[in-house]
Design a binder for this molecule. Sequence first.
Ligand code: FAD
Length: 426
Amino acid sequence: MNNYYTATVGTRPEWPTLDHDVTVDVVIVGAGITGCATAVELAERGFSVALVDAHSVGWGATGRNGGQVTGSLSGDNAMLKQLKKKKPSHADQFVWDLRWRGHDIITERIHKYHIDCGLKTGHIFTAWEKKDLAEFEKMVEQAHTYGMQDTVSLLTQQAVHERLATPLYHGGVLNTKNLHLHSLKLCVGEAQAAHSLGAKIYENTAVTAIETISPERVHVVTRKGTLRAKKVVLAGNAYHRLMRLQLGGYLFPAVLGNLVTEKLSAELCQRINRDDNAVYDSRTVLDYYRITHDNRLMFGGGTNYSGRDIDDVASHLRPALEATFPALKDVGIEYAWTGKAGIVINRIPMLGRAKAQVYFAQGYSGHGMATSHVLAEILATALAGDFERLRTFEDFWRWRMPVPATAGSALVALGMRYYQLKDRLG
Ligand SMILES: Cc1cc2nc3c(=O)[nH]c(=O)nc-3n(C[C@H](O)[C@H](O)[C@H](O)COP(=O)(O)OP(=O)(O)OC[C@H]3O[C@@H](n4cnc5c(N)ncnc54)[C@H](O)[C@@H]3O)c2cc1C
């Protein structure tokens, strides 16, 4: 079936395939949201940049995701635990800023570069089980200590059911700072912004090798041309296989499914989701959904942690969709697709250097829309000479599986199936 984002992205530029040699300051490999956000950050700072993708801008997870920009951050507890041992006075604020900085960057960028991506605000994080509510209360209390009284509030079960026409959930947290949007339009918009600042963009240009020539010289090899640069940023996430010696064993691909229904009437949209919030639940392997700008329900879930594709996504997700919204029984499904997210074992996003000249940002464990923007800013700051926040990430300890990616994925799948079962049995 077709991908809704590619079908509705509208007119977009087609950038050329690289067919000659090019010299720039920085080459970015991968033009998803990480690569495009990094290109904007670097171009704004005056770097000459080339952004290359094996397919097209936004072809990877970015053009396939749920479009939810959440303040939840993968690996936050693991980060806090490690940071509290090293920099106790900075730990809480560091992690809190990571949660929200991405939202500010995205909204500022949308306004600055006039990116039309159907931006909306408001999320409900729903409690799948009653026992989740104690955790939800703590979450709201914490947000209020950081001054978010106006944007974050606890919802009783009844308050959730007034907003969502579903028999599910025991309560929720309403967050009006969180965003939802057309993720491919945002990505293409950021690519266009970088291009307007002088960045060169090449599509259908797969990078086959990275040759480090000297501490300040690196060659990025493609079939018909070589990009010569001082530095490289790897932004291929779950889709790239470069620098395996340094990066293999840390990140495993999980396949997630997503579908979009036929157009619904405005009245039905309002009935099932009164305030047009994006929603996700509290399970480890969760469902997430939102109403698109053209009145369809986008519904995602069905994660396959083994990295293998999901056959017939629409049939796979339909039971969960209908259990969520009985009013949508037998609704037409017009789009369904899968994508790969990069999962890291302790879920701490990966940011650092594989070699002195080769930087990377990847592994957001399903929370990449906001995090990618924060890491892009940290990368650009480091490339401009300030390494402080980059080093904080480099100092995090991470699991490395001494096994090939496929075997590693099987272990991750096993672990995740345990959590899935635990969720089901309560
Ligand atoms: C179905 C699904 C739903 C999700 N929902 C959400 C959500 O609601 N909210 C959220 O925050 N996150 C969500 N995520 C996660 C989010 O989409 C990712 O974290 C984010 O898009 C990662 O962006 P990226 O740019 O790092 O990688 P990608 O978007 O995957 O881009 C990587 C790019 O690198 C290119 N590439 C790879 N290797 C090479 C090479 N050798 N040469 C040239 N190019 C190469 C690929 O072609 C690809 O375009 C979801 C993910 C999926 C799959």
